[in-house]
Design a protein. Sequence first.
Length: 223
Amino acid sequence: MEGFDHRPDHRPEVAEKRRALMRARILEATARAFTGRVSATPGIEDIARAADISHGTFYRYFESLDEAVVAAGIAVSDELMIGILPFYDFLKEPWQRFSVGFRLYLVRSLEDPKRTEFLIRMDVWPHGSLVDKYMSADLQKGLDEGQFEIDNVEAATDFLKGASAGTIQAVRRGVAEPERYIDAAVGMGLRSLGCDVEACRKGVQFSRAHVAQLPARRPFSET
């Protein structure tokens, strides 16, 4: 038909991008609002102020403060995990993947104390995150290949996430020899998966050498 405009309508795509950017802005503000506070827990008004938005805009994206906190926890945890993947995901052996992934998540978390403070303080080491996905897959593969002895992969994943959170908290409070403390945590993690003493020693040494070669991560406070 003459005069008919065949150009594609990009408005829905643009609107979706704007929505994703606003959601990310609110999640970032949520994480920042809960970081470095020693008194009252922040409310929606604090998050709205930090994100420079109205209450109405907040409620267009989240039904409650709790929902925003959980979503922010997943976002922060996933960002840490995405930064780890290039240095970890090419490894093939389950014992290598676990030992490097476990250590690297600890090290990267300690390099970025602001984000990690939010995860630990709010107890949002989240289910459904990339940490869950990759750790569960690695444990299942190790079980299938006879490298690990696990009664329940989901329980083992939750146990090891708790161990990583406890290790991070301890190192942040201060331990005499942080590197040896992390060595011990990696070794105990492997031991909990049924690895023998020699396999634990090998995993600790391999992960330490591998992670030592990697560049430091730019911290949250500088972004």
